[in-house]
Design a protein around this ligand. Structure first.
Ligand code: PHE
Length: 336
């Protein structure tokens, strides 16, 4: 009776306690095991009754053991721990991963840092001078109108910057040539959201000002970038264009890596995707920033990080970057 009371009072919450129970009530050396050992000393006429009693205790001990095994197992399933073994390697932690736009930005920076560009930044809330006037925008240029620009204040105008070219101005105002700088950042335009465009996106600006910088330097720098970013086979095309702050100006196109030229919603069947604008810095802009335009020349470019990421990873809808759908983001979990 004493042993049965001890059995029904026994408890176990982990494998160690389970083993202690087994030693105490189940094993040969346990109290129950010892009862069987006493059989020899019991007079023959009492053996049967004693045996029945001891068997009853043994069954109670085993039933309880099963109960405790189940309890410990279900507890370990719930808490996810099977005992505590400090020598085991840690299990997989559910970690977040690098966002594809971040990975692309880092790769762009790496490519340009290796050829001597440093990093610079400017504010996302800009004044009219840095976003427009210093960049040679005529007074009534359509880009100043409400449809393109998110204004915060009028007279004097304060707006969300529409491009990272504003950082060019800030760098040239504060540094003397030679200047080789890269300015990544977020920009804003009052545009309809589609598979190819968003009202918030990212650009990376490049600026190179020194003596004797020519258009060939611009082309070769961007050829080098395209090869490093997209691979040696990638085609680059410069298309004549216009920007108030560069002369001559050119749009930069990359052969469409999403459809391989077969035609898709991003290249609109043309086989080419525009990734940004570029050109020789207009002498007016150099002078506006206090740089002698007779001594120095420069080139500049501004590229869209979303577009570059779309080409690099064959993403055919730019909205995916900001929807935070884990089914999309998980596809980039190997990026670092
Ligand atoms: N700022 C221009 C744009 O956003 C791109 C550009 C940058 C063009 C530098 C020429 C030189 O469209």
């Amino acid at each position: 009776q004493e042993i049965e009371a001890a059995i029904s009072a026994a408890d176990a919450n982990n494998p160690e306690e389970l083993e202690a129970y087994r030693m105490e009530f189940i094993s040969k050396k346990s109290v129950v095991g010892q009862l069987f050992g006493m059989m020899r000393e019991i007079p023959n006429e009492e053996k049967k009754a004693f045996g029945q009693l001891v068997n009853g205790v043994k069954q109670a001990a085993e039933a309880k053991f099963q109960e405790l095994i189940e309890k410990v197992n279900s507890g370990s399933k719930k808490s996810g721990r099977r005992g505590l073994d400090l020598t085991l390697p840690p299990g997989n932690q559910a970690m977040g991963s690098i966002h594809p736009l971040t990975a692309t930005r880092r790769r762009i920076i790496e490519i340009f840092e290796r050829i001597g560009f440093n990093l610079s930044e400017g504010p996302e809330i800009e004044d009219d001078w840095h976003n427009f006037t210093a960049l040679n925008f005529p007074e009534n240029h359509p880009a100043r109108e409400m449809q393109d620009t998110f204004f915060i204040e009028k007279n004097p105008d304060i707006a969300l910057r529409t491009h990272t070219s504003s950082v060019q101005v800030r760098v040239m105002e504060n540094q003397k040539p030679p200047i080789r700088t890269l300015s990544p950042g977020r920009v804003y335009r009052n545009e309809a959201i589609s598979a190819r465009a968003h009202c918030i996106f990212h650009q990376v600006e490049g600026l190179y000002v020194d003596e004797n910088v020519g258009f060939a330097d611009l082309k070769n720098t961007l050829y080098h970038f395209a090869k490093e970013m997209f691979g040696k086979e990638t085609k680059v095309r410069f298309r004549p264009s216009y920007f108030p702050f560069t002369e001559p100006s050119a749009e930069i196109d990359i052969s469409c890596l999403i459809c391989g030229g077969k035609g898709c919603n991003v290249c609109k069947g043309s086989g080419w995707v525009e990734i940004g604008g570029s050109g020789m810095v207009d002498p007016n802009v150099l002078e506006n920033c206090g740089i002698d335009s007779k001594k120095y020349t420069g080139f500049a470019f501004g590229m869209g990080i979303e577009r570059i990421t779309m080409l690099k990873y064959q993403v055919n809808d730019l909205r995916l970057f900001t929807e935070n759908d884990v089914r999309f983001l998980r596809q980039f979990s190997s990026l670092s």
